[in-house]
Design a protein around this ligand. Structure first.
Ligand code: ADP
Length: 823
């Protein structure tokens, strides 16, 4: 803005002065001298004045020029932007500040529309502003946004007024970006605060103690379910509290908070006023005091924590479920380091929590699970899938256990695996049961196979003696037979019969063992005597085979008496010696025992040694199993049921011992078995004991005997067996007849009562006989040798029992037992 005034005013002034002089000279046609002198003087004065004025003017002009330049400087470089706009919005003038606020060169802005340089959305505002400025005489204001090359926009405020001429407007421009941003962020944070209050369900309040009133935020109203007209007094607050909590809360507020000048911090129940729902809130408040320490206000927050509590409860339930789970639960990080393990895992593994957390589950590795399985597992879970499988683990104390595991990745909402979860069930028992079942199945199949072989063998074993009995019985019918022939046939029949009986006894014994009905009956047993008896029993047979027979009795000077089941020891020894005889054709058979005090506990070790055919090595394991014979084809040559050793083994087991064999093929075998030897057993001097028990058989001949038997052959056999003891024998075939004949013959001494009879069995007949005859001796004879049957017989009133077929010497023993005193 430079010199647009006329270059000099002096030219025109001079002209004006000359005109004035001329005018004066014309008005008076003649100048007087004096007046001319006067006039010249005036002119000179004027001239001086004019000169002075001129000088002043020059000075003023100079000053004005300087001020103008100063103004121009001030305008151009002012810290505030200025610009002049025309009515159509063109920029007529502007200073540097405006140019920099618009982000452009000043020259590029001149005579351009201001609207070009502001943001699109501000253009309307600018137009309105310009219109308002030109329509009014007052100051107008607006805010514009300038498109900025930088990320954040620039805000400008415009203050404008129309010029006097009315065709322009002067505008001042300021940068208000900072304050605008501050206001915006304030607004934002206020909105944020409000929103977060709503989300967190936190309401705020101020309680004024002087008025007893409180005011609260909108959120608080929502939490309490109250409207604007609610009574915002302390009693109003109390009325919101759940009735069960009111008393306690009043006490808390007055005594603890106000009385104790402490913070308000309590979770309590309210009844939300609009829907009468029970809600949980957490209220916190600070007390404010004035300079005199007088209580003024309480400011605080109330948060609706109902959902939090429910979530907490749910979380609690879940964590309880995990904690109390009967399954072991482990959570590891992605490296497999244990971060959590529940109590079941601790119990299962034997490692406590300190030993578990921070370690890898491989602490329980037993080495039995293959590395391939672990590899597969890692591949599965790291690719986001669930892995199922079994692990064989070791507890801390080394005990092995099996677990069935399901391992799955835990993923965050973005689908990234952050942890692994393992759920494990102890399946040791199941595994064992499975194993047992497999073994039982194999055993059952084996038994089945063996039983079939056994039945085939048994059929042969039973038929052979039966053929002997029937065949020779038939031959006996021949009246032309000599006495010697008859005796020979009878001997064969007797032998075949006893062989048959042996087989049947074996079968009964093994079935009793199998069904768990074989019992151990402990009595004082003189071991040496048993051995001597066996020696005496087998000596003739062995000598006959030209085999040496030796009883090795280490305690020969003494008697060894122990409490054991003597019948079972007999059975074992007899079986072993019988086998030795059966499988030995030359050499010798030795048997005996040694007292092994070196063993803990001490035991008696029996042995039966032969120089027979021996047992192949691969069969040694199996010969003690049921129905096993080393070689069925061989066996034809050596009769036997294949049950003897398994019965012996079962007996030895029952007595608490062991049985085994050492054998060399074609050289011989030695069978051993042990029974425990307890210290209370004594080795007695032969001289001092047992003297009175030497058997003294009495000849009993005068008994009146009643035989109750429905089988005619058995009846006949029985009457033959008892005839040496009888003066009279009565025979009946039924229980009813037995009762009748007993009535008629109260002097009967002995009744041999069959148990299994049709119509009325022996138990019932005995019971009824006992009603009128208490003193007659009744001996039950039964083919059933089960203990339960014997007990039943004794309960019915029998004195004793004897098994069929009747063994002569056993019957003799019983008759001696009951009648020897009567002789
Ligand atoms: P068996 O009644 O068939 O003899 P065992 O159970 O007593 O049945 O014996 C089973 C098998 O063991 C016999 O068949 C035989 O093969 C073998 N055995 C038993 N004792 C001897 C022994 N002293 N010498 C050789 N083999 C024997």
């Amino acid at each position: 803005m430079e010199g647009n005034k006329p270059k000099s005013e002096f030219g025109s002034l001079r002209k004006k002065a000359e005109a004035l002089i001329n005018e004066k000279a014309n008005s008076e046609d003649q100048y007087s001298y004096s007046s001319a002198i006067q006039f010249i003087h005036e002119l000179e004065v004027h001239q001086i004045e004019i000169q002075l004025q001129n000088e002043e003017l020059i000075l003023a002009n100079k000053n004005a020029k300087e001020s103008f330049e100063q103004f121009i400087k001030l305008y151009d470089f002012a810290p505030i932007g200025y610009l002049t706009l025309s009515e159509d919005g063109s920029i007529l003038e502007l200073n540097y500040k405006t140019a920099s606020l618009l982000g452009k060169e000043r020259s590029s802005l001149l005579n351009k529309l201001l609207g070009f340089f502001i943001s699109e959305k501000s253009k309307g505002i600018l137009n309105t502003f310009i219109k308002k400025v030109f329509d009014s005489d007052t100051n107008q204001y607006c805010e514009l946004v300038v498109d900025s090359d930088t990320y954040s926009p620039k805000y400008l405020s415009l203050n404008g007024i129309k010029t006097k001429e009315g065709n322009q407007c002067s505008v001042s421009v300021s940068d208000i970006t900072v304050s605008k941003m501050a206001a915006e962020s304030l607004e934002k944070s206020d909105v944020l605060l409000k929103k977060s209050q709503i989300i967190a369900k936190i309401g705020t309040y101020i309680l004024d103690f002087s008025s007893g009133k409180w005011s609260g935020s909108e959120v608080l109203d929502t939490i309490f379910g109250i409207t604007i007209d609610f009574d915002r007094s302390i009693s109003g607050w109390v009325s919101i509290i759940h009735p069960d909590w009111q008393e306690m809360m009043i006490k808390y507020f007055t005594e603890e908070v106000i009385g104790g000048k402490t913070k308000f911090d309590k979770k309590y129940k309210i009844i939300r006023q609009n829907d009468h729902e029970e809600r949980w809130v957490h209220e916190q408040g600070e007390l404010l005091f004035d300079e005199n320490n007088e209580l003024k206000k309480m400011i605080g927050t109330v948060q609706d924590i109902t959902m939090n509590l429910l979530a907490e409860e749910k979380l609690n339930q879940l964590s309880q479920a995990v904690e109390q789970s009967p399954l072991a639960i482990i959570i590891t990080d992605i490296q497999g380091v244990i971060e959590y393990a529940n109590p079941k895992f601790v119990e299962m593994s034997g490692y406590n929590l300190e030993e578990t957390i921070g370690r890898n589950p491989r602490i329980s590795k037993s080495g039995h699970t293959s590395p391939t399985q672990y590899k597969k597992m890692w591949q599965t879970i790291t690719s986001g899938n669930v892995w199922h499988g079994d692990f064989h683990n070791l507890k801390k104390d080394g005990t092995p256990y099996w677990v069935s595991a399901a391992i799955s990745p835990i993923q965050n909402p973005e689908g990234v695996t952050t942890h692994f979860l393992a759920i494990e069930e102890d399946i040791t028992l199941r595994k064992k049961t499975e194993q047992d079942l497999i073994e039982a199945k194999e055993h059952a199949e084996e038994s089945d196979r063996l039983k079939s072989a056994f039945l085939a063998n048994m059929s042969h074993e039973i038929r052979t003696p039966l053929n002997g009995i029937l065949g020779f019985t038939n031959l006996l019918k021949d009246p032309t037979l000599s006495f010697i022939e008859q005796q020979e046939y009878l001997e064969i029949i007797e032998k075949s019969g006893s062989r048959l009986l042996n087989i049947i006894n074996d079968i009964i014994d093994i079935s009793k063992i199998e069904s768990g009905q074989m019992e151990v009956s402990l009595t004082e047993t003189n071991i040496n005597k048993q051995l001597e008896f066996i020696y005496a029993f087998f000596e003739p047979e062995i000598k006959n085979k030209n085999i040496e027979f030796i009883l090795q009795n280490n305690q020969s000077q003494n008697e060894l008496i122990i409490t054991t089941d003597s019948e079972k020891i007999y059975a074992i020894l007899i079986n072993l010696v019988k086998n030795a005889i059966k499988f030995t054709n030359k050499g010798k058979i030795e048997f005996g025992y040694t007292l092994r005090k070196d063993k803990q506990p001490a035991e008696l070790e029996f042995f039966v040694k032969d120089s027979g055919i021996g047992i192949p090595k691969n069969k040694i394991e199996t010969i003690f199993k049921r129905f096993i014979q080393v070689d069925i084809s061989d066996k034809r040559a050596y009769q036997g049921s294949g049950l003897g050793l398994s019965i012996s083994k079962a007996y030895v087991d029952m007595l608490g011992g062991k049985i085994w064999v050492k054998s060399t093929l074609n050289e011989g075998s030695t069978f051993y078995f042990t029974i425990p030897y307890h210290s209370e057993h004594q080795i007695k001097d032969f001289e001092t004991t047992d003297k009175g028990e030497i058997k003294n058989e009495h000849q009993i001949k005068n008994l009146k005997i009643l035989i109750v038997e429905d089988d005619e052959i058995s009846k006949l056999l029985l009457s033959k067996v008892v005839s040496p003891y009888a003066k009279e024998i009565l025979k009946v075939s039924s229980g009813l007849d037995a009762i009748a004949i007993s009535h008629a013959n109260p002097d009967v001494d002995l009744i041999l009562m069959d148990i299994n009879m049709s119509e009325m069995d022996g138990y019932e007949a005995t019971r009824q006989i006992r009603e009128f005859n208490k003193k007659v001796i009744i001996i039950a004879q039964t083919a059933n040798v089960l203990t339960s049957d014997r007990k039943k017989a004794l309960l019915a009133g029998c004195n004793d029992y004897i098994s069929k077929p009747i063994n002569k010497s056993h019957l003799n023993d019983l008759i001696q037992k009951y009648f020897k005193k009567r002789v």
